[in-house]
Design a protein around this ligand. Structure first.
Ligand SMILES: N[C@@H](CCC(=O)N[C@@H](CS)C(=O)NCC(=O)O)C(=O)O
Length: 206
């Protein structure tokens, strides 16, 4: 099997399992015990100098950064389906909101939760209220690309699901309805079952 995901069920690697299930290819999950620091082993740090999960290995290709992994998988294995083709005008919207999740939502939410002092005009994640309005605007058509589900929904939606679950985001009607649409994806349900089974196998309580 050429695709290997270095994985821990309580890490962002759990979201990559959803990506892989949406793509529908074979893959191997290799458990890395982040609780004991196994992700700092030399062979893993050689692949990801950040010493973090997830790490996806596809033959000779190593991809880290969850959003990059999703974009890579969709381009490589689902171009024209989960990723708009490069000449499809919807690709701009697809990339825009895929990048918004790690570059605005993640730091913006952390800044809010930890009361960081910063100038919204200087910080790339800007003002928290603006961020929330932007997020709601992105899903006003149903999915990021309207009625067409794409890998952008796994990336952006995965972040929203995580934040709702851990009460880092107010469950407005728009976010709640989007979360329900995502929750109906069979690939997400399979991924959650796999993550849960691996957690149980390793004696971890979700
Ligand atoms: N920007 C990275 C973040 C990766 C990350 O922070 N991973 C966490 C788990 S979710 C990790 O490996 N933490 C262990 C550590 O930093 O020692 C991504 O999106 O993949």
């Amino acid at each position: 099997m050429s695709i290997v995901l270095h994985h821990h069920p309580f890490s962002r690697a759990s979201g990559v399992v959803w990506m892989l299930e949406e793509i529908g290819i074979e893959y191997e999950l290799r458990f890395v015990d982040i609780m004991t620091g196994a992700h700092k082993a030399a062979d893993l740090v050689a692949m990801n100098p950040m010493g973090k999960l997830p790490i996806l290995v596809d033959g000779d290709v190593v991809v880290t950064e969850s959003a990059a992994i999703g974009l890579y998988l969709a381009d490589r294995y689902s171009l024209g389906t989960l990723a708009p083709k490069t000449d499809d005008p919807s690709r701009g919207t697809y990339l825009r909101w895929s990048c918004f999740a790690p570059s605005v939502i993640e730091p913006g939410s952390l800044a809010k939760a930890q009361s960081w002092a910063f100038k919204a005009s200087q910080a790339g994640w800007g003002d928290y209220g603006d961020m929330l309005r932007a997020m709601e605007s992105a899903i006003s058509g149903g999915f990021i690309l309207g009625d067409r589900f794409s890998m952008a929904d796994v990336i952006f939606g995965g972040t929203i699901r995580f934040m709702l679950r851990f009460k880092m985001l107010e469950p407005t009607p728009a976010f709640t309805a989007y979360n329900e649409r995502l929750g109906a994806r069979p690939a997400l349900q399979r991924a959650e079952a796999k993550n849960l089974a691996i957690a149980k196998e390793h004696g971890l309580n979700p």
